[in-house]
Design a protein around this ligand. Structure first.
Ligand SMILES: Nc1ncnc2c1ncn2[C@@H]1O[C@H](COP(=O)(O)OP(=O)(O)OP(=O)(O)O)[C@@H](O)[C@H]1O
Ligand SMILES: [Mg+2]
Length: 505
């Protein structure tokens, strides 16, 4: 080793030689003064080949390094010389066989007593391993980021103090926020008041899937617009050395699923209702049939007795009561038979407006209309339907008499017709300003014999009969709205699209 000019002790030379990475000592003019054994071994050169040469000659010409950091702006040797502190440069070097390695060149100054740089030590460290690990780590991180971002479930992670660290695209959409790390969103901003605390409590509670874990649980989250959305979430606490450092949650929007469940329940409800109606219909038909014959006998013999006893007989008034009640029974039986769809149907094409006008004409002279204002809002559009007009007239009359009863005989009755082009139906709304239907009765008003009217006033067959007739005619009858200030019934019938004539009645 040619190191005489340094006058170093023997042990220092030994240290220099035993450094595990190739090292050179340069003077301020870039001349190589000394190199250690590691460098000679690595580049397979002799001391004589390199000492006394400039670093450029050594690396560029002897070591055949094509890509030196030899320009005035990037040269770490120049920088070290200039400011007297260490500099380094990281380089990726490609070998002839195409493989790469990473090299970290560290330049350390040796200063004189006045702080001037008199020598520069250059060490060449192979950092390929740590760079490779760094790259693997970086790739895994990028991959994880992509997995999180492409998840269709919303994912949010937050520091222990609640500061949100990660929010994927699905979460941005669900919570209605654009996430930037600098935004300082707190996890409590993402839930209605008190819910974040409840989530944390469950996460830490052994009773919910073990400490640190939250199995699928339903909560409401809060969007930036203040809207609450039902979600199904799972969560976890992230630990480092046994300490809580963060939390994460995965959320799935439940709105669509709940909507489907609601529709399914409604459909099931309708199915139950129509099954109930069908079995009650069969029962009603049987009862009506059984009662009809004895009733005919009662009325016939009663009338005969009435005639025979003569007008002045003291039992005349009792007999009248019997006959009136028997007639009421006959009306009920008639309704029951209509409800049970025993009577035959005759269908025709007619306009819904005509049905309304004719039904009104049938009953409007009755005293019950005395204090009722009738408002007709009949559509000017063509509303042809193909159905049994006589029976549907009974439906309209039932709806009108119910409306009048509900208004206690004074108020406004509105009859409105219109065309629903989406559903291809002709619609009639019968609205009143009456007492409304209490929530608990809503599911029962179409049941046969359900009535809230006093005995003798109603027998609860009006709506159930109407329901049967409308269903028979392929239509629908529903309560559109009801409140203590009034009720609207909606009757919908399919438009008779084959009928283009505007002159039918
Ligand atoms: N427009 C309405 N406003 C408030 N309640 C109503 C209205 N229509 C019906 N109802 C309620 O629904 C019940 C059932 O009506 P439905 O027409 O089937 O029988 P009813 O009118 O009581 O008797 P019936 O029609 O056989 O004479 C009524 O008793 C009433 O409580
Ligand atoms: Mg009625």
């Amino acid at each position: 080793m040619n190191f005489k000019t340094l006058h170093e002790n023997d042990w220092r030379l030994r240290v220099f030689d035993s450094l595990s990475f190739p090292t050179l000592i340069l003077d301020p003019h870039r001349n190589v003064l000394a190199v250690n054994q590691k460098l000679l071994d690595k580049f397979a050169v002799t001391e004589a080949q390199v000492v006394g040469k400039t670093c450029r000659e050594v690396f560029h010409t002897i070591f055949m390094d094509p890509d030196l950091p030899c320009n005035r702006h990037t040269c770490p040797f120049d920088k070290t010389l200039k400011d007297g502190i260490g500099h380094s440069i990281l380089r990726q070097i490609q070998h002839l066989n195409g493989s790469f390695h990473w090299e970290d060149r560290v330049f350390s100054p040796i200063l004189d007593d006045n702080g001037h740089v008199i020598y520069v030590i250059e060490s060449i460290r192979d950092v390929t391993r740590s760079k490779t690990l760094e790259k693997i780590f970086h790739d895994i991180r990028e991959f994880m980021d992509r997995v999180i971002q492409s998840s269709t479930s919303a994912i949010v992670a937050a520091e222990r103090n609640g500061k949100v660290l990660v929010m994927n695209r699905a979460a941005e959409e669900l919570f209605g926020r654009m996430f930037r790390r600098s935004d300082h969103i707190n996890i409590t901003d993402l839930y209605p008041p008190g819910v974040a605390r409840e989530v944390m409590k469950k996460l830490r509670d052994d009773a919910y899937g073990g400490v640190g874990k939250l199995p699928v649980t339903r909560f409401n989250i809060l969007t930036s617009r203040g809207e609450q959305i039902p979600v199904e979430m799972t969560g976890a606490i992230i630990y480092e050395d046994g300490k809580e450092v963060a939390t994460m949650g995965i959320y799935n929007d439940l709105r669509e699923r709940l909507e489907v469940v609601k529709k399914l329940e409604e459909a099931q409800g309708q199915l139950v209702q129509s099954e109930k109606m069908a079995s009650l219909g069969r029962l009603a038909a049987g009862v009506a049939h059984e009662i009809n014959n004895p009733l005919t006998g009662i009325l016939m013999f009663g009338n005969l007795m009435k005639e025979k006893l003569g007008a002045d007989h003291p039992l005349q008034s009792d007999l009248n009561y019997i006959l009136e009640d028997a007639e009421r029974c006959r009306d009920i039986v008639k309704n029951l038979l209509a409800y049970s769809r025993r009577s035959s149907a005759t269908r025709d094409s007619f306009s819904l407006n005509t049905l309304v006008e004719e039904s009104l004409r049938l009953i409007r002279d009755q005293s019950l209309f005395l204090n009722i204002t009738i408002r007709k809002e009949l559509s000017s559009q063509w509303l042809p339907v193909y159905a049994d007009k006589n029976k549907l007239s009974q439906v309209v009359i039932n709806l009108i008499t119910n409306a009048i009863d509900a208004m206690n005989r004074s108020g406004v009755l509105t009859l409105k017709t219109y065309r629903n082009d989406d559903r291809k139906t002709a619609c009639l709304e019968v609205s009143d300003t009456g007492c409304g239907i209490p929530e608990e009765n809503l599911s029962r008003v179409f049941d046969p014999f359900f009535t809230t009217k006093e005995t003798g006033k109603g027998c609860g067959l009006g709506l159930s009969t109407a329901y049967g007739i409308v269903k028979d005619n392929g239509g629908d009858i529903t309560i559109k709205k009801t409140s203590p200030s009034g009720t609207t019934f909606l009757l919908e019938l399919s438009l008779d699209l084959n009928n283009k004539m505007e002159s039918i009645g």
